[in-house]
Design a protein around this ligand. Structure first.
Ligand SMILES: Cc1ncc(COP(=O)(O)O)c(C=O)c1O
Length: 359
């Protein structure tokens, strides 16, 4: 068996699977930055009627063209520059396949969504990471200098960032794109909650920009797996060559088309509500004695208390509340991350924290 397993590339064998895990007794799930709201019943009804019209025995079209067009109209971009993915993680994987081979230089600021380091390492890329500033913001000056010097084929910027919630300004993104003669991928998973706006408007000036969007957060479709890559059409034509066909489930595709074309207000209204709830949680945390928060432009907030983070997380779990410990990031020792849930969930979280701090 060992002989056989050695046939698997060392770059794969050296990684760990990406696992979040869902303990059974969880009743309040605030650990994956999901939307707490499922589709409204009337939208779900419409989606289910659309499912009934789909021929399950037939292949869908190769690249989900109708959804591509609907998304492009909603996002305000050229449909020839859009690719649909099975979640944006799938499209991050595609970037690895298309851009990274052994020794390809890849630049990532720290601390950032860990999936991108995994993708770079899976493809044997030469990863260099740029430390953050003291306030956890990306150090754009250092990043620009490093990019100019090492000329990476790919820089990834998650903004607003997970796990910090901090956003770059469009000027900062432009400075990185300007310094780079490779691609700069901007992961905008939390765009709908942010005040900064999309880097889409920089694309005419910087053809090396690639944007990633997801329907897992503000759009509330994490369970259906849909993500979008936006690039200049000539770039997209090349990236498509690395893409497996038929990757988009027609059921997911139909649901997203219905949501975008008939119910865009549902997305906008919920994003506003979740954002307001996140701000309220942040203020309540900041008002607590000894609690430190990071100002977030997302649906979650990073915070630290005087208590040990892993013990506090376990204490929450004992009450059925799931939050995420950030101890895996050396810069974020002692920090936990919690996302805005329903009103009841947010109350349960705050009450549990108050009890823990006063115990
Ligand atoms: C920055 C960032 N990008 C992408 C994702 C995952 O997106 P998807 O569900 O579309 O694969 C997440 C999920 O937490 C994220 O935080």
């Amino acid at each position: 068996m060992d002989e056989l397993l050695r046939r698997i590339r060392p770059a794969v064998r050296g990684r760990s699977p990406y696992l979040v895990g869902l303990p059974e007794a969880t009743t309040v799930k605030l650990n994956q930055n999901e939307s707490p709201y499922d589709l409204p019943p009337e939208v779900k009804e419409e989606v289910l009627r659309a499912f009934a019209r789909i021929s399950f025995n037939r292949y869908p079209d190769e690249f989900a063209e109708p959804l591509t067009k609907t998304f492009a109209a909603w996002a305000g971009c050229d449909p020839d520059g859009v690719m649909v993915g099975n979640g944006s993680n799938d499209l991050a994987g595609l970037l690895g396949l298309a851009l990274i081979e052994r020794g390809t230089s890849v630049a990532l600021p720290r601390p950032m969504f860990s999936l991108y380091a995994k993708v770079a390492l899976l493809h044997d890329g030469d990863l260099f990471e740029v430390p953050c500033r003291e306030d956890f913001r990306f150090d754009t000056d250092a990043l620009v200098k490093a990019v100019a010097l090492r000329r990476p084929a790919l820089v990834v910027l998650a903004t607003p960032n997970n796990p910090t919630g901090l956003a770059m300004t469009l000027d900062e993104i432009a400075a990185v794109a300007d310094a780079s003669d490779g691609f700069v991928a901007v992961d905008e998973a939390y765009l709908e909650f942010s005040e900064e706006g999309s880097a889409l408007r920089l694309m005419d000036e910087y053809p090396n920009l690639i944007l990633l969007r997801t329907f897992s957060k503000a759009c509330g479709l994490a369970g259906l797996r849909l993500g979008f890559l936006i690039a200049r059409p000539d770039v997209l034509r090349e990236l498509r060559k690395a893409r497996m066909p038929f990757m988009i489930d027609p059921l997911a595709s139909a649901a997203a088309r219905i949501l975008l074309s008939s119910w865009p207000d549902v997305i906008a209204e919920r994003a506003r509500r979740i954002r307001a709830d996140c701000l309220a949680i942040t203020s309540a945390l900041a008002a607590m004695e000894g609690v430190e928060t990071v100002p977030s432009q997302t649906n979650f907030v990073l915070f630290r208390t005087p208590l040990d983070a892993d013990r506090l997380k376990a204490r929450f779990l004992a009450e059925g509340i799931l939050v995420r410990s950030m101890s895996g990031y050396p810069e974020l020792q002692g920090f936990l991350r919690v996302n805005a849930g329903t009103e009841i969930e947010n109350k349960a979280f705050m009450t549990a924290l108050e009890h823990a701090l006063s115990a």
